[in-house]
Design a protein around this ligand. Structure first.
Ligand code: NAG
Ligand code: NAG
Ligand code: NAG
Ligand code: NAG
Ligand code: NAG
Length: 433
């Protein structure tokens, strides 16, 4: 009470370092979690030495863009003199690499004020956190909602669709800008029935998203009079090791129509490609139906003809402009932009050299002067729009706190909250006020 902990407490538990994050200071902070990398290096933990930090790999451009959508929204809000006058919005965003550990770490770090992770403490008296936008993955959203629900911090997911998250008792401050799966799974089953396919397989992630989705779609298909040939889970914890088993099942099954409810189907598709398994009709859930990654030429032999359901998109021309204006030279310490550049232009940051050989393939050096305008031209965005809307939902809550007139406020005695010292639950109250 009244005393604050020294900034480096000596009694803290040894924790892993936080990697992959970006921040911008402000008067009020919006947090965010994103999976910018889809995969990680799997290392067997034998606990004979200190477990290594997570090594993320497979940088995905469209996921990186979703993270940029939060940054874009914050910059847009800050440049609008009307929206939050005299308040600068800051952000803190984390790359979770599709891991629960990083999602939980990022959440605890944001609650502790963004400098170190000290559960139940915020000792830095920094700018207050208004809410968190995240996560894209249902299971990570659940663990975050359990932590954030304790303190009633508003959380808005932009891509977690599992109906589990509807439970208001378990998740009192969780919202989302994407519909729950009840509707989607009915829709997927109707697609199958519409085409008269009566013998289908179902493949799903072995997490909250996939397990619920699989059960729902299976029930709908059976109710509609069709038959399910097989149901298999993709072990998300080690998808690359599980892929050969799944491909064997797909090869041996006589069912050629397969519904896939997965966020990391690409790892199975790589194995299908390796074994040259073609001739399936794929039905895609929203998690991969419009994936840029899976639309690549490389996968066409396997995935051409896929049908599925997608979330709605919207026109965001200013966001497209913002994306195409990103330059490594403007964001020198931003590792994400450097990685983005390497992916986008198939080049490497090599320092002084112009060419290098990696696995006997020559790679060109990135210069930083490559032309992004020709690469990013699409004005319609889906998940990024969902992120953008989530940021605005929090900002409108802050705005209604700012514009609140005493006597007409949402709190007892029609009072208002104090914008200079608000509580998280007051933001939560204003979200649907
Ligand atoms: C965290 O980073 C510091 C400094 O870079 C390093 O010395 C330490 O070993 C890292 N901790 C872990 C758990 O890897
Ligand atoms: C913003 O700050 C300026 C300068 O401190 C002040 O004149 C103005 O009234 C403030 N605007 C609002 C809406 O608080
Ligand atoms: C892959 O399979 C298709 C059809 O079975 C066949 O036409 C093609 O030659 C195969 N490709 C390779 C690289 O084996
Ligand atoms: C690279 O080339 C050398 C010599 O031609 C060869 O011995 C080696 O196996 C090649 N490495 C890879 C990864 O292809
Ligand atoms: C709002 O909070 C600030 C900072 O704690 C305090 O100085 C101010 O008096 C409060 N305003 C009202 C109206 O309670």
């Amino acid at each position: 009470m009244g005393t604050s902990l020294p900034s480096r407490i000596t009694c803290n538990l040894p924790a892993e370092n936080i990697t992959g994050y970006l921040s911008r200071p402000g008067d009020i902070i919006i947090g965010g979690t994103f999976m910018v990398h889809l995969d990680r290096v799997f290392i067997d933990l034998d606990f004979t030495r200190q477990p290594p930090e997570i090594q993320c790999q497979m940088f995905i451009i469209e996921y990186f863009q979703n993270m940029q959508a939060l940054i874009f929204a914050v910059e847009e809000i800050n440049s609008d003199p009307e929206l939050l006058p005299n308040i600068t919005l800051g952000y803190q965003v984390f790359d979770t690499c599709f891991t629960l550990r990083e999602a939980a770490k990022g959440t605890l770090l944001m609650l502790s004020g963004g400098k170190e992770m000290t559960p139940n403490y915020n000792c830095h008296k920094g700018a207050p956190l208004a809410g968190i936008v995240g996560d894209s993955w249902t299971t990570a959203s659940i663990i975050m909602a359990q932590i954030l629900g304790l303190y009633r911090y508003p959380q808005i997911s932009y891509f977690a669709t599992s109906p589990i998250l509807n439970d208001r008792d378990l998740f009192p401050s969780f919202f989302r800008t994407i519909p729950s799966d009840e509707y989607q799974m009915k829709g997927l089953a109707q697609l199958v029935l519409y085409f008269g396919w009566t013998w289908v397989g179902i493949l799903a992630d072995d997490d909250d998203y996939g397990q619920y989705g699989l059960q729902m779609v299976k029930q709908e298909i059976i109710n509609g009079g069709a038959c399910v040939a097989f149901t298999e889970y993709i072990l998300t914890g080690q998808a690359n090791r599980d892929a050969p088993r799944l491909v064997q099942i797909l090869r041996e099954s006589t069912a050629k129509v397969v519904i896939v409810i997965s966020s990391n189907f690409v790892i199975v598709v790589e194995e299908l490609l390796k074994q040259n398994v073609t001739g399936n009709i794929w039905i895609a859930s929203e998690a991969w139906a419009t994936s840029d990654l899976l639309s690549k030429q490389r996968y066409q032999g396997i995935l051409l003809g896929t049908i599925g359901l997608a979330i709605h998109n919207g026109q965001m021309p200013m966001f497209t402009k913002y994306l195409s204006s990103l330059r490594p030279s403007k964001h020198l310490n931003n590792q994400f932009i450097l990685d983005f550049w390497e992916q986008a232009f198939s080049c490497k940051w090599l320092g002084d050299k112009n060419v290098a050989w990696i696995d006997n393939v020559t790679v060109n050096a990135c210069t930083g002067d490559e032309n992004l305008e020709s690469l990013i031209t699409e004005d319609y965005h889906r998940v990024s729009l969902s992120v953008y809307t989530a940021v605005y939902a929090i900002v409108w809550a802050v705005q209604s706190m700012l514009n609140c007139t005493p006597g007409a406020g949402p709190f007892p005695g029609a009072s208002c909250s104090n914008i200079s010292s608000f509580q998280a639950w007051q933001v939560r109250k204003n979200i649907f006020y």
